[in-house]
Design a protein around this ligand. Structure first.
Ligand code: FA5
Ligand code: MG
Length: 454
């Protein structure tokens, strides 16, 4: 068990189901592009290691399985790290050709304005039955007939860069059970479906920006939206891709996807079916849609935040309430003697290549601090620092980053320095308050990680 009570407290929030919450509105906007799919929005976040990793073909030594990256409830049970944990069961239930799963997911990770230990994903999948070609003579013909039904947006609306071949023998191989023609057809269906989602979202985002009177760069509706498909790797799809969107000058990864590994469908008892799957981050999309500058805001119960969304209105740009001052404080400490140098935060199953670049920050209250009856681990991992910061400071800490690393030339001892940025989204913090938080943070670091403060 490495799951703090602060994380368990997030389970009942179900933000993606909360009426007029920006994550719920974003979910519904995407769902509207998949009208014939079955939606699952209510799946419980505690899953088995089998569901989260084994069923998907994660190798036994994959970093995503580490206690430094994943919240364990016990040896066999975790808080899901992605909505893909429900793929096998949903394929097994075989209720519909297509499905969408929206849910909260949990990862031990860095602290900054685009990372939070709980976020929301939407999984989508579409499969076809080899034994039911709907009157077509081949499977690829049946799939192409479905492709033709998805809106195709002209280059004046969306410019798609897709430089790589659909299949690459080394980098992005075909599975033995599929023909190249079948994969070409499924890839076309997948890509066209997701391009349509992106057009829907980003058209709404531009309209919101334009109507707020402070148009964003690239929000001029005469300029096409630019997206690109890049090759990717996931243990549970092949070939695999990521979709990136050019937004305010940066390529932003919005989703991962690919052709479902046939062993997953075989093990789910539907070996006659084949198809595609994708997984996208709802916060990342909602932040773009509404220009929300800080991921902590989604957890706010402040009406100044929640009152700005939905209620039958058009999507409008979020107006930050006044930006409260930041307070930076450093903490330096020697690592325990046996420890390797600070490992960077890792993300399971894979690190996004780019993150939302955000500019201003405005929520959240102080969450209760964990008791410090923890045993000192004998290896140091940065995610432990991040978690202690979240437990002590709740949403009053905006950012924690490694600013210096030093190895003593004689003793070989390693020292690190982290810079903490304290800032409330809702009010100005007092000096005493910040000092108290920082002092508590230092004590917990010492007590729980066995580090020596400098
Ligand atoms: C996955 O989680 C895969 N399960 C996606 C997938 C599903 C691939 C089905 C193939 C088939 P990844 O870790 O890259 O992959 O996360 C997917 C998306 O979630 C990212 O593109 C990003 O939009 C979002 N995301 C990932 N990490 C974070 C984070 N810390 N904060 C906010 N959003 C995140
Ligand atoms: Mg990724």
């Amino acid at each position: 068990m490495n799951t703090p009570s602060t994380i368990l407290a997030a389970i009942p929030r179900r933000l993606h189901l909360q009426q007029d919450h920006p994550l719920a509105i974003t979910r519904q906007l995407i769902e509207s592009r998949f009208p014939d799919y079955k939606y699952h929005n209510d799946l419980f976040p505690v899953v088995t290691v089998g569901q989260n990793f084994d069923s998907l073909g994660f190798p036994p030594d994959h970093v995503g399985r580490n206690r430094t990256d994943t919240y364990y409830i016990n040896k066999e049970t975790v808080l899901r790290t992605h909505t893909s944990a429900h793929q096998a069961d949903t394929f097994r239930a075989n209720e519909s050709a297509g499905y969408l799963i929206s849910a909260d997911v949990y990862r031990r990770d860095a602290i900054d304005r685009s990372h939070y230990p709980v976020f929301h994903q939407m999984e989508g999948a579409r499969t076809w039955d080899r034994n039911d070609l709907g009157g077509h003579s081949t499977l690829e013909e049946a799939i192409w007939a479905n492709v033709a039904k998805i809106p195709k947006h002209p280059p004046s609306v969306i410019e798609v860069e897709d430089p790589n071949p659909t299949i690459h023998p080394e980098r992005n191989p075909l599975q033995a059970t599929h023909s190249a023609a079948e994969v070409e057809a499924m890839a076309a269906h997948l890509k066209r479906s997701l391009e349509d989602v992106v057009v829907t979202i980003f058209t709404a985002a531009r309209n919101a920006a334009a109507s707020s009177g402070t148009p964003l760069s690239q929000s001029d509706s005469s300029e096409p939206l630019k997206v690109r498909w890049v090759e990717a790797y996931f243990p549970f799809t092949s070939p695999s891709w990521e979709l990136e969107v050019l937004w305010q000058g940066d390529w932003l990864e919005v989703l991962g996807c690919g052709i479902v590994q046939q062993h997953i469908l075989d093990n789910a008892g539907v070996s006659n079916r084949l198809g595609w799957a994708f997984g996208l981050g709802l916060e990342r999309i909602a932040m773009l849609l509404y220009s929300i500058p800080d991921i902590r805001l989604f957890w706010s119960t402040d009406e100044r935040f929640l009152g700005q969304f939905g209620k039958g209105r058009d999507i409008k740009k979020f107006t930050p309430f006044s930006k409260f001052p930041a307070c930076f404080k450093d903490v330096s400490f020697w690592l325990p003697a046996s420890a390797p140098s600070a490992s960077p935060p890792t993300q399971s199953p894979s690190e996004p290549s780019t993150t939302a670049t955000t500019t201003t920050s405005p929520a959240g209250g102080l969450t209760p601090t964990e008791s410090s009856s923890h045993t000192v681990p004998n290896t140091f991992h940065e995610n432990d620092v991040m978690e202690i910061a979240r437990e002590v400071c709740g949403d009053l800490i905006e950012d924690v980053r490694l600013v210096d690393q030093f190895e003593h030339p004689k003793t070989g001892r390693k020292s690190v320095c982290y810079r903490c940025n304290y800032r409330s989204l809702e009010r100005t913090l007092t000096n005493e308050e910040t000092n108290e938080l920082h002092e508590k943070f230092r004590e917990e670091l010492m007590g729980r990680l066995g580090v020596v403060l400098r």
